[in-house]
Design a protein around this ligand. Structure first.
Ligand SMILES: NC(=O)c1ccc[n+]([C@@H]2O[C@H](COP(=O)([O-])OP(=O)(O)OC[C@H]3O[C@@H](n4cnc5c(N)ncnc54)[C@H](O)[C@@H]3O)[C@@H](O)[C@H]2O)c1
Length: 384
């Protein structure tokens, strides 16, 4: 068994996602557990190389975690002798140029979503990585959440029979910023700054639908800006120019119909901030981030429509919890970390990894097609 340490250049680690989910909960956690074991018994141990625009922001992070390598120039970070992987969690607008540089330097690349600000750029990235022959991956974290992993287990075990439809509800009330501060940044509500719930969430819906149920073949979407004026971090009112809700209907390969509501202007009467109901001929499931509940055909009640009578059954009580069935007792590991481990096995042991830049580009495409659908008031076919 050989142990090999591998430098991972991490760009954007002062940010929310880069620091917490990728540096601390993934790369440092993998290093601290002794690395990632490959099928032949060899072990890969990632060593972070921090990269950002400001050394002053990176130094306290490095100190806190006993790290020594900090760079403010991409080329210098990529030139570290052990740097084999480049990771990007910068703001989306800064991503394309950095990824192209890393690909040009022959590095394997892994990146946050959306992979680029528009489809042409996202496709250019996928083509560049393919032409250079480097391994590439995109964060598709929702697939690795406990609720969706249990849902995936039901699908692969044939629980549903023929899947008919998927209905998803995502969202919560984001305060306007006047009498209570907003819990999301103001740029999210300005189209000119890359904001909008469609651009934010459709890259996620693309991979959730594709890898659980089938590729998206058409989309019909209606967007809305329900709250036209908000108040920013400095207490100044501003016009919300981006959509804060998107109501979409999708046709998937194999004929499954999906409906997904995404809204920052909805109050939660659900158990989780996102929930998907899947109905199939043999059974149904409701999956959230953590939980997943099922109702089999054999245990399905037979309600009869009668508006004159009060509801006689407690429908929610008739569902059954899907157990975690995980070891160790700790339950499911952090989803970002699980995907990183899979990416390392892809790079160093040739394991399959479908969550690549081409799949990431399909996510950017879906966001653009949904916006086009909303503008034209038409259902749009997805090509390719
Ligand atoms: N997978 C998910 O669920 C998920 C969730 C939130 C955000 N994201 C994505 O992660 C990325 C980062 O989002 P975040 O919420 O961590 O943002 P953030 O604002 O907290 O962090 C952004 C990082 O980029 C750096 N940065 C800011 N402006 C820059 C510029 N002009 N040039 C270069 N670097 C710059 C910042 O210093 C920081 O390190 C975004 O692309 C976002 O779409 C993904």
């Amino acid at each position: 068994m050989a142990k090999r340490s591998v430098g991972v250049v991490m760009n954007g680690v002062s940010g929310r996602m880069g620091y917490r989910q990728h540096l601390v909960r993934s790369i440092l956690a993998i290093r601290d557990q002794g690395g990632v074991e490959l099928p032949d018994g060899d072990v890969i141990v990632p060593e972070p190389i921090l990269l950002g625009r400001s050394a002053a922001k990176l130094e306290p992070i490095a100190q806190r975690h006993g790290l020594t390598r900090i760079h403010t120039e991409l080329a210098a970070a990529l030139a570290e002798p052990d740097a084999e992987i480049y990771f990007d969690a910068q703001v989306t607008s800064a991503r394309k140029a950095a990824l192209l540089t890393a690909i040009g330097a022959g590095k394997h690349v892994y990146t946050e979503k959306p992979t680029a600000e528009n489809l042409a750029d996202a496709q250019e990235l996928a083509r560049a990585a393919a032409a250079a022959g480097v391994r590439n991956g995109v964060v598709m974290d929702k697939l690795f959440l406990p609720g969706l992993r249990k849902l995936e287990r039901l699908i692969s075990g044939g629980f549903f029979g023929r899947i008919l439809s998927v209905r998803g509800e995502f969202g919560y009330w984001v305060f306007e910023g006047d009498w209570q501060s907003a819990q999301r940044p103001s740029w999210n509500y300005r189209a000119e700054d890359g904001g909008g719930i469609t651009l934010d969430m459709y890259p996620h819906w693309s991979y959730v639908l594709e890898f659980l149920f089938g590729r998206v073949r058409s989309v019909y979407a209606q967007t809305a800006t329900h709250i036209p004026t908000r108040v920013d971090e400095q207490g100044r009112p501003y016009a919300a120019t981006a959509d804060d809700a998107c109501y979409g209907i999708f046709e998937l390969d194999g004929g499954v119909v999906a409906q997904l509501n995404s809204s920052w202007a909805v109050r939660v009467f659900r158990d989780e901030l996102v929930e998907f109901q899947v109905d199939g001929t043999e059974g149904s499931a409701v999956a959230g981030l953590q939980r997943c509940r099922v109702q089999h055909r054999s245990a399905t009640p037979k309600p009869v429509w009668n508006p004159d009578e009060p509801t006689s059954e407690r429908f929610r009580d008739q569902w059954q919890e899907v157990p975690d069935n995980t070891t160790p007792a700790a339950g499911f590991d952090n989803g970002f970390k699980v995907e990183w481990e899979q990416f390392f096995r892809h790079v160093y042991a040739d394991e399959a990894f479908p969550y690549d830049l081409a799949a990431g580009a399909r996510g950017v495409a879906l966001a653009e097609l949904a916006q086009e659908s909303a503008q034209k008031g038409q259902r749009i076919e997805v090509s390719g």
